[in-house]
Design a binder for this molecule. Structure first.
Ligand SMILES: Nc1ncnc2c1ncn2[C@@H]1O[C@H](COP(=O)(O)OP(=O)(O)OP(=O)(O)O)[C@@H](O)[C@H]1O
Ligand SMILES: [Mg+2]
Length: 466
């Protein structure tokens, strides 16, 4: 059979079509459910039967095609019917950045999709802060292709803080210039904060959960019109696991949402929140595609390596929420020793965009030096270090209009200046640390010293943007 069959099914008006895809495939004698695509909407449904799995291998013809189009969309994969799946990162009409959420269980293909999105961001001149809470394992090729990569909770907190400060700075600058909306690259670039394994930052008991939730919520709410977007990739059984359900609910309602292989509780929540209508049941994504069959003990054992379904899911915020899609299968076919050349090719050799220079001082030393870990945290939140970090991390988040934690780092540069003046010759950061910590004041860490040095010598920041 090589034909495609498409049926339109209608229930009496007022009735809602519900179905069980596995039972439907069985009733239609279709041994491989991945050949079947069902899109139900209220009393109507479109059923398509393919000769073979239409999403068996979805390839990107050319990495150059990842660049954002004039409508601010990037191409990330295909629907079962061959149509293109886009994700909008920028709305030129309103001048706004977007919020993007990608959910999926472990191994569902989130980080591979993250690479597609990050490469598209690089090719589109978007300045990107990327935090991977899987210690940099998720997308190693991304680390050299974004403006500021981090691999730790502390690094991500510093990035969120910097993003928030840049957002406030842009608001003040645009207001002073009498501008009502963000205009891409005139002069500031779009800025995105991307967090992979965001569940590790936001789950109950995570050390920075409250403050991270505040930043994500506030960036999600006010960053759009300032060209500051946020993208989270997470595995979660329930929205409450991600910083409290309100944070995600707001992002889900208005953002771009991609659902890869999911858990049933997540699905129930999406229906409960009105993101999916009860009649809009999505066919679950099995871990493996292909036909399963009963094998008698008298048959020889089949060598039955069925293909995986990673990257398959639904773009539930789009015009076809019930249409099965698959993100591009990018990267080499087999794991490589080091970085994957095919994945690197996705990003291209060109330079990545950087945050506008005007915002470097507010982004702070953690950004200017592209710090990670404790050093990044100390630079972003100097008040927290030396005392108990967890106290600050768990303290109430600042309200709108209030200074962010760490904004009041006023004394350390003075102390560094004093130590420099008291010294006979030149001092490196370690010698300065020793001198400052010997001045009888509050103990400080190396990152704070570095930060203070940058504040003192702002015009000659150590890392120039390409
Ligand atoms: N669209 C796709 N087509 C084919 N294979 C894919 C696709 N996306 C991902 N894969 C493969 O699936 C595997 C898991 O993908 P990935 O690491 O992106 O998943 P993940 O959701 O980030 O998992 P984890 O929760 O472990 O971080 C990888 O080997 C990858 O090559
Ligand atoms: Mg991953």
């Amino acid at each position: 059979m090589s034909r495609i069959y498409e049926f339109t099914v209608e229930a009496p008006p007022g009735d809602i079509i519900t179905y069980d895809p596995v039972r439907l495939a069985d009733a239609m004698r279709i041994d491989d459910p991945s050949r079947l695509a069902i899109e139900a909407m209220g009393s109507r449904a479109l059923v398509t039967v393919y000769p073979s799995d239409p999403l068996a291998d979805v390839r990107l013809p050319d990495p150059a095609l990842l660049e954002m189009d004039e409508r601010g969309r990037i191409w990330i994969g295909r629907y079962h019917n061959g149509r293109k799946v886009y994700v909008q990162l920028y709305d030129p009409a309103s001048g706004s950045a977007q919020r993007l959420l990608v959910f999926g269980t472990t191994g569902a293909g989130k980080s591979t999709l993250a690479q597609i999105i990050l490469a598209a961001m690089k090719r589109s001149g978007i300045a990107t802060f990327y935090g991977d809470l899987k210690e940099g394992q998720s997308a190693p090729e991304a680390l050299r292709n974004v403006d500021w990569p981090t691999r730790s909770q502390e690094g991500v907190m510093a990035q969120l803080h910097a993003t928030w400060c840049v957002m406030k700075d842009r608001a003040a600058r645009y207001a002073a210039a009498g501008r009502s909306k963000f205009l891409r690259d005139r002069p500031d670039p779009l800025l995105y904060m991307v967090i992979d394994e965001a569940n590790r930052l936001l789950e109950k008991g995570a050390p920075y959960r409250d403050l991270a939730t505040f930043y994500i919520k506030d960036i999600g709410r006010t960053g759009r019109s300032l060209g500051v977007g946020i993208a989270l990739l997470a595995q979660a059984g329930h929205l409450d696991e991600l910083g409290g359900s309100d944070t995600m609910r707001a992002m889900l309602k208005e953002g771009e949402v991609l659902l890869l292989r999911w858990t049933s509780s997540m699905m129930q929540q999406l229906v409960a929140d009105g993101l999916l209508s009860p009649g809009q049941k999505l066919a679950p994504i099995p871990k493996r595609a292909g036909a399963t069959r009963l094998i008698s003990q008298f048959e020889t054992e089949a060598d039955d390596e069925r293909p995986g379904t990673q990257g398959t899911g639904y773009r539930i915020s789009g015009p076809y929420p019930g249409a099965k899609m698959r993100a591009f299968n990018v990267g080499g076919p087999v794991p490589t020793e080091g970085l994957d050349p095919e994945m690197l090719a996705l990003y291209g050799d060109g330079p990545h965009a950087c945050l506008e220079k005007a915002a470097w001082p507010v982004a702070g030393g953690a950004y200017v030096e592209r710090l990670d870990g404790e050093a990044a945290y100390a630079a972003a939140f100097p008040k927290a270090t030396g005392s108990t970090e967890t106290t600050v991390a768990r303290s109430p988040a600042p309200g709108p209009g209030q200074a962010a934690p760490g904004a009041a780092r006023l004394t350390i540069p003075d102390r560094v200046q004093a130590a420099l003046e008291a010294a006979d010759g030149e001092m490196d950061a370690h010698a300065l640390l020793e001198a400052v910590n010997a001045d009888g004041g509050r103990p400080v860490k190396l990152g704070s010293i570095r930060n203070a040095l940058i504040d003192l010598h702002r015009t000659t920041g150590p890392k120039e943007c390409p």
